[in-house]
Ligand binder design. Structure first.
Ligand SMILES: *Cc1c(COP(=O)(O)O)cnc(C)c1O
Length: 422
């Protein structure tokens, strides 16, 4: 599409947007009594208006039934983890047996690493991207130490080439093959939280598995943002949170994927709990853990129904919107943001975009590196009604979310940003 740098053009795109009915279904925060320009759906997605009704339903059922709500609630609590399976499976490109909502993201990362990071004397290394999200770094470091491995030796962090902002797939593949004898686990953030780079899951997985390693992905910035095909791409495991693009609310219940080829392998070591035990005999409370087939066998505790109800509310919206339609709008919306940022007049050498230009290598987020006084620019746009995200040393991350952001939002943001640069 040929874009134009005008408010009228942005408004035309909004009028033609087949997903425009979704924006009014969300609560927007206000700044100076005006609807904020909200660009932090990559950090905390907005609240769907119907979430209240879903959470209230559980409170009402709890009031009405007490413990019997496990059977008689509108959505019986005993089976709650099953209600999100179909939609989660669609979002990550998986079969229902391969996905489950449980715990929190970092907890799930540790659970999965307990199973899929089993270092031996020869094969003990983890390959990941440099500058991974802090919590992931701490997980990798502590898992290595748990096995008596010095992280300095055991952790390989891949950096972009000098002068480049993003990793090249060919360099990742090469590094995996160079370490083929020693690598035990290859794990990447599918969409890098800082740069917004969407890695080539298929090629990385192929290379990792060929090297004899397990391959996992952290989908925190990918789920609900980019198209995923975890089953087809043969990924061993993945984990995600639901409060970013999935809009399931602060601290919402997270999720995990384990490939079907591991579904019936009861020999796989894991940390076990009663909710992962064979469902039909779970309440016999007997000795001897027998895992449920599939990722369900990694569940520990009974399901957090209140936060799970907010996930339910949000997944219903994704079902109506459809990930294909969302992605289509997302490419256009972020494309428009990039067009406006690059075009028009702005002071020379004042900023550059870290995120790849190729739409197949990014989701909706653009990371803008402001060359000087980044924090001042950020404070100015915040005052002007933009809610964006600041990352040291000089990066403003902006995520136009196709479910609720408009082309007009994007236009107004760039206008404010360019004034702030001056
Ligand atoms: C948001 C995010 C987290 C946060 O972890 P929690 O366990 O949900 O607190 C971890 N890793 C990545 C890559 C993230 O983007």
């Amino acid at each position: 599409m040929k874009f134009e740098n005008s408010l009228a053009f942005a408004k035309t795109l909004d009028r033609q947007d087949p997903l425009k009915s979704f924006r009014p279904q969300f609560h927007f925060p206000k700044v100076n009594r005006k609807t904020a320009l909200y660009f932090t759906g990559n950090s905390l997605g907005l609240q769907p208006k119907q979430t209240k009704q879903f959470v209230s339903q559980e409170l009402a059922d709890w009031a009405k039934w007490g413990v019997e709500g496990h059977f008689y609630a509108k959505r019986p609590w005993l089976y709650y983890h099953k209600f999100s399976k179909k939609m989660l499976a669609q979002l990550v490109g998986a079969k229902p047996v391969e996905v489950v909502a449980m715990n929190q993201l970092t907890v799930n990362l540790h659970l999965m690493m307990t199973t899929f990071f089993r270092p031996t004397a020869n094969r003990f290394k983890i390959i990941t991207e440099a500058g991974a999200f802090s919590s992931d770094q701490y997980a990798f470091e502590s898992q290595l130490k748990l096995h008596g491995i010095n992280p300095e030796v055991g952790l390989i962090e891949l950096k972009p080439r000098p002068g480049e902002h993003n990793l090249r797939t060919e360099d990742i593949v090469q590094s995996i093959s160079e370490n083929a004898d020693q690598v035990a686990l290859v794990i990447f953030g599918a969409v890098q939280y800082y740069t917004g780079q969407f890695f080539d899951i298929e090629k990385i997985t192929q290379a990792g598995r060929k090297a004899g390693a397990f391959v996992g992905f952290d989908l925190a910035h990918a789920i609900g943002n980019v198209p995923l095909q975890l089953h087809k791409h043969d990924v061993d495991f993945a984990v995600w949170c639901s409060y970013k693009y999935l809009n399931a609310g602060p601290g919402g219940v997270a999720g995990a994927f384990v490939h079907e080829r591991h579904a019936h392998n009861a020999e796989l070591n894991r940390l076990a709990g009663w909710w992962g035990h064979q469902e039909n005999v779970r309440f016999q409370m007997k000795k001897g853990f027998v895992p449920m087939p599939g990722v369900d066998g990694w569940q520990l505790s009974n399901f957090p129904v209140l936060s799970g109800s907010a996930l339910q509310a949000s997944l219903e919206i994704f079902k109506k919107a459809g990930m294909k339609n969302l992605r289509k709008k997302s490419e256009l919306l972020t494309g428009y943001l990039e067009f406006l940022l690059r075009g028009g007049s702005s002071p020379k050498n004042s900023f550059h975009i870290l995120t790849p230009s190729n739409k197949h290598e990014r989701g909706c987020q653009l990371s803008i590196f402001v060359d000087q006084n980044g924090k001042k620019v950020f404070d100015k746009i915040t005052k002007a009604g933009v809610i964006a995200d600041w990352r040291e040393p000089n990066v403003i991350r902006v995520a136009p979310v196709p479910l609720y952001n408009s082309f007009e939002d994007v236009f107004r943001f760039v206008e404010i940003f360019k004034i702030a640069l001056k």
